[in-house]
Structure formats: C-alpha cells, structure tokens
Design a protein around this ligand. Structure first.
Ligand code: FNR
Length: 190
C-alpha cells in the first residue's frame, strides 16, 4: 500500500462501539491505504522504573507506531476525558525521555458515544496531549460521531450512507495531512 495507517482503540470493552467505528474506518479506507490495529490491552501500567529496560510488549507497541505512516486514535470519552487505558498507552509511547513515539507522527482523533456532544471533550484533552508530543494532528473535519443503535455492525458495516461518506472524507483529509509530512521528508533528502 501507499500508506499504512495504524489505529489505536481507546477502549478494551469486549462490546466497544469505538472498535466498531475503527473497523468501519478500516473498511472504508481509500485505495492504496491499509489500516492496521495497534493494540494496547496487553500493556502493563507504565512506571518510570521501566525506562531503562522496556518490557517486550512496550517495545513492540513503540515499534508498531514507528512502522506506520500515521496513527488514528479512536476513543470513547470517560468523564469528559480519555479512558485511563489509553492514557497509560500514551505514557508508554512518550518515554523513555527523548524517544517519544509520536514526535512528528501524523495523527488523527475520532470517537463515538451516545451523547449529543459525542466524545468532543475527550478529543480536546487528547489533542492537547498530542500537541505536547509534537505530533501533527488533523484539525478538520472533527470526528464527533453520535452513536445511534445499529449505526455500526461488528465487521465494518455502516448503516447510514451520510456517516459512511463523512468517514471517507475524514480518511481522505488524514491522507492529505500525511502527504504533507511525507513531502517535507522527501524534499529534505533531495
Ligand atoms: C462513559 N460514557 C461517557 N459518554 C460520554 O459521552 N461522555 C462521558 O464523559 C462518558 N463517561 C463515561 C465514563 C465511564 C467510566 C463509562 C464506562 C462510560 C459512556 C460511553 O460513551 C459508552 O459507554 C461507550 O459505549 C464507551 O465506548 P466503547 O467502550 O463502547 O467504545
């Protein structure tokens, strides 16, 4: 593929709506773009005690981010912020000091909940964290998806064509963001 985009689901719920949204994004990816999951559920709690010798699971997590051209974080909102499991994963990615996995990595944020403002508050917190990491982050369109029953199937189906069209446009905008950063790298080398 032209680009491989990793996605992180900020929920470890076995019935996660956000996982269904992520699968819908994967199914709607444009030609030449492949979406692959970067899992967080096996990461232990981060502690600076690990900085000298990261466990293999955390090395694999950081390598998975390094291996992709961009990362989409698909997350629920917990108490107007991001779930602890996601923050824990981001803490692992941010260290050891000076080796942050998101430095310069194109990122995009999206999420779904039943609430009228969807996951907007969580996404604002997440964008502040990604800014601190020096990760370029997609500004528009904003991925606030209000879940209604039956909108997403288990295998990437989207029952509402308007939502599917929005998700395609969202992916196209993220690919255009990745293009900008790839071009910068290419001109640096010429
Ligand atoms: C929630 N939920 C929620 N929804 C929301 O829109 N804003 C919020 O602040 C919260 N807070 C919150 C806290 C906790 C601890 C839970 C368990 C849930 C509801 C949440 O959006 C809903 O459970 C989603 O289905 C969670 O996403 P996944 O796990 O289905 O992807």
């Amino acid at each position: 593929p032209q680009y491989t985009i990793g996605y992180i689901v900020g929920s470890i719920s076995s019935t996660s709506l956000n996982r269904k949204l992520a699968k819908a994004l994967a199914a709607l990816a444009p030609a030449g773009v492949e979406l692959v999951e970067i899992t967080i559920k096996d990461l232990p709690f981060y502690s600076p005690d690990h900085d000298g010798d990261y466990p293999q699971v955390a090395r694999d997590f950081k390598q998975a981010i390094a291996d992709v051209d961009g990362v989409i974080i698909v997350t629920p909102e917990y108490s107007r912020s991001i779930p602890g499991v996601l923050k824990n994963a981001l803490d692992w990615a941010s260290r050891p000091y000076g080796q942050g996995s998101f430095d310069g990595k194109p990122t995009a944020v999206i999420g779904t909940s039943g609430g009228a403002i969807s996951t907007a508050a969580a996404q604002q917190h997440l964008k502040a964290i990604l800014s601190h990491y020096n990760a370029p982050t997609l500004g528009q369109p904003e991925g606030y998806i209000q879940a209604v029953p039956g909108l997403f199937g288990d295998d990437g189906e989207v029952s509402n064509e308007g939502t599917a069209a929005f998700l395609r446009a969202y992916l196209d905008a993220f690919v255009a963001l990745i293009d900008r950063y790839v071009d910068v790298t290419a001109s640096d080398e010429s």
